[in-house]
Design a protein around this ligand. Structure first.
Ligand code: ZN
Ligand code: ZN
Length: 267
């Protein structure tokens, strides 16, 4: 199993996943050209993508969706509202290549994908747990709080990408209008560094070793504030960083850490 985030943040989100010969993009929130470039940076080609998973209809997650679908033979898996209410797709040939997903687990080849609804200010929003041969990866971005169901599903993941969107103080003191701040800190907004940290501590206690802080805000956060919040929370609970738990972050401008689990390569 290989996982690498290609872009993360309010200007675009894309993650590459591969297992059992199946190559998947999770979200397509960059332009077609940029997705191609980022894939090449990690040694992959757009035309080889077999499947596209979509979390929700916000532009930073679906910007390149239609073009990627048209330029590949990939099958798409997306919430109903993204396909019918946002894109209003009616082309039968295109619809034949799209599976509507909700909270029910489904297979792509031998890969098991378990979607979980999360609270966010979109029509529907999903987090994903993706499993292959006893290895599990969780992707949870764009959520106002972490529902218990999601935490339970993420238990036992080898790797979790979790949103650490904003530092509350930085958000409250920046230039955003009041209603935007309320939206972000609300139950259907984004996770703060503290919310991410407490989910990470919970999951670390259940055995997850690898975490990637994701969707870090450009204006209401810094990489070091996000990192410190989770690092301090973990250390307070007795975890030794770089030994018990490995904390990384994903970036807007370039691909992040390359993770390989299981098969011939052991972690
Ligand atoms: Zn987003
Ligand atoms: Zn969103």
């Amino acid at each position: 199993m290989r996982v690498v985030n290609l872009a993360s943040g309010s200007k675009g989100n894309v993650t590459f996943f591969e297992a059992g010969g199946v190559k998947i993009l999770i979200d397509t929130g960059l332009s077609l050209k940029e997705i191609k470039t980022r894939l090449e940076l990690v040694g992959e080609k757009l035309e080889n993508i077999n499947a596209i998973l979509i979390t929700h209809e916000h532009s930073d997650h679906i910007k390149g969706f239609l073009q990627v679908l048209k330029c590949t033979k990939a099958r798409a898996y997306a919430p109903k509202t993204t396909i019918y209410d946002y894109f209003k797709i009616s082309d039968e040939q295109l619809l034949d290549r799209i599976s509507i997903i909700s909270e029910y687990p489904f297979h792509i080849g031998d890969i098991l994908v378990s979607p979980v609804y999360v609270p966010h200010d979109s029509m529907e929003c999903l987090s994903f747990v993706i499993e292959y041969k006893n290895r599990k990866v969780g992707i949870a971005t764009d959520l106002g709080f972490v529902p218990t169901l999601l935490l339970n599903k993420l238990e036992g993941c080898d790797l979790v990408y979790i949103e650490s969107n904003h530092d509350r103080n930085m958000l409250m003191s920046n230039m955003y209008p009041r209603f935007v701040k309320q939206r972000i800190i609300g139950d259907r907004g984004h996770l703060s560094n503290e919310q991410a940290a407490s989910a990470i501590v919970f999951l670390a206690k259940k055995g997850t070793k690898h975490f990637v802080l994701s969707h870090i805000s450009e204006h209401s956060n810094t990489i070091s504030l996000a990192y410190l919040a989770s690092a301090k929370a973990l250390e307070k609970e007795g975890f030794v960083l770089e030994k018990d738990v490995f904390l990384r972050y994903s970036r807007q401008d370039k691909p992040g850490n390359n993770y390989i689990f299981g098969e011939d390569n052991d972690d």
